[in-house]
Design a protein around this ligand. Structure first.
Ligand SMILES: Cc1cc2nc3c(=O)[nH]c(=O)nc-3n(C[C@H](O)[C@H](O)[C@H](O)COP(=O)(O)OP(=O)(O)OC[C@H]3O[C@@H](n4cnc5c(N)ncnc54)[C@H](O)[C@@H]3O)c2cc1C
Length: 405
């Protein structure tokens, strides 16, 4: 059998685990190459703690290029700008990369530009996609807290799909302020594109909505659902319908694009640049292109008054990465592929002084399994998971099986 060239784009939850699994499964006559815009793996789930000021970010980032090279995987730092499936070629800023199989694991591009005044660079809101954004948000928040009073808001913009982090950050900030005994001087508001809190882009997790309504009532966190931001000024966050929130500090999650690199090839991606796939994570038009994690197109289970995307969590991404690797191996070796889209979700949403465990399979209801529980022990579980995960990355230890439900 002639050696195949497998090109993996991205080196985070999706790309890293897919490449490592491919290398483990495939014989050495096949090459595995990773091209990624950055060699840094960031443990995103802990960034709400960074914004709340309860965690230093130093331990949350690790350069994975050494691990990949040690495993026999070629790593190149480059940003892909175009994929040409007809030529089996990906084009980057620094070079061009031929492949027999391609795995798209490039996550998202943040669409702050969709809303006037949104975002940390050209706008008046903070965000949480990466350590730099989280640290900058933490500093701005600390200044407002230092000033003695104000309105702190945390929101998901129209079209957003990564919905949990603003809940976590709002609750963590609430916990910190209560610990400092200054919570009474601040108003905290959560606004979201979801039709109800706890919807999370999947239609909710059973009674989770009621649990969060109770939680927010006890914490005096006000919330606005079905919110569509009309624009943000240095003074206010303004919504369609006329509502306004004072902009002393505002952290927002924007809508995503998949990647503009996938948009030109007909049949490869949806209009937002998310790759369309069959049940085995392969594109139907170009069967040698697979997608995992945020790069994958998943349609919402039902329409909502304001657009809400479907979240693709780190855990879901790792499950997809493993299955895509298996299916490429199966394709090459004429073995049976495994279905890969009936994944579930396991997540701990932290609240600073408590946390919520959610386990659901499949992602959309009706489900075979649903667990949601609250308790401080889940907070410690999330802390321990982060520590173990980063040690495993640094020292090559095995990762917990993400598909245990
Ligand atoms: C604040 C926050 C909190 C979260 N909390 C949780 C949680 O508690 N639990 C959970 O399960 N999930 C959580 N998530 C979601 C989780 O982080 C994502 O599901 C996960 O990062 C998706 O992995 P990915 O590999 O698909 O994409 P990413 O992690 O976004 O990685 C994309 C990779 O592609 C590379 N790349 C991007 N563009 C290009 C390009 N054009 N060319 C080449 N390379 C490119 C990047 O360098 C990177 O290596 C959270 C996310 C955030 C932001």
């Amino acid at each position: 059998m002639s050696g195949k060239r497998i090109l993996v784009l991205g080196s985070s939850f999706g790309g890293y685990h897919c490449a490592m699994n491919l290398r483990r499964l495939l014989g050495r006559e096949h090459t595995v190459r990773v091209v990624s815009a950055s060699p840094d793996f960031t443990f995103f789930p802990s960034l709400p703690w960074v914004v709340a000021g309860t965690k230093k970010p130093d331990s949350l980032r690790f350069d994975v290029s050494g691990n990949l090279k040690k495993a026999g995987i070629d790593f190149t730092r480059d940003t892909i700008t175009k994929v040409e499936p007809g030529k089996n070629k990906a084009v980057g800023v620094a070079g061009e990369y031929d492949y027999d199989y391609l795995v798209a694991a490039t996550g998202s591009e943040l669409d702050f530009a969709a809303v006037p005044g949104l975002g940390p660079e050209a706008g008046h809101t903070h965000s949480i996609f990466g350590i730099e954004q989280a640290v900058s948000a933490q500093k701005a928040l600390a200044r407002v807290v230092e000033s003695g009073s104000g309105t702190l808001s945390f929101g998901n913009a129209q079209g957003a799909s990564c919905l949990g982090p603003v809940y976590e950050t709002a609750m963590c900030v609430d916990s910190v302020l209560r610990k400092k005994k200054v919570r009474n001087r601040f108003k905290i508001v959560l606004f979201t594109n979801e039709p109800s809190i706890g919807h999370f882009g999947v239609g909710g997790f059973g009674a989770m909505t009621r649990m969060l309504e109770d939680e927010f009532a006890d914490r005096d966190i006000e919330y606005l659902v079905n919110s569509k931001i009309a624009g943000v000024t240095p003074e206010n966050i303004e919504f369609d319908g006329g509502a306004k929130i004072k902009n002393d500090f505002c952290l927002t999650v924007p809508a995503f694009y998949g990647s503009h690199a996938y948009m030109e090839a007909k049949g490869l991606a949806n209009p937002r640049g998310f790759i369309l796939t069959d049940d085995y994570l392969a594109n139907q038009e170009y069967k040698n292109i697979y997608a995992v994690g945020v790069s994958l197109a998943i349609a919402p289970p039902a329409p909502t008054p304001v657009p809400v995307g479907v979240p693709k969590t780190g855990m879901m991404t790792e499950v997809m990465a493993k299955k895509a690797a298996h299916n490429i191996w199966a394709d090459i070796n004429n073995q049976e592929k495994i279905r890969a889209k009936d994944f579930g979700v396991v997540c701990i949403a932290d609240g600073g002084d408590t946390a919520f465990f959610i386990g659901a399979k499949p992602l959309f209801s009706p489900r075979n399994r649903l667990i949601h529980k609250k308790g401080i022990h889940f907070h410690w579980m999330k802390e321990a998971f982060e520590k173990y995960y980063m040690v495993a990355l640094r020292h090559g230890l095995p990762f917990p099986n993400p598909d245990f439900l």
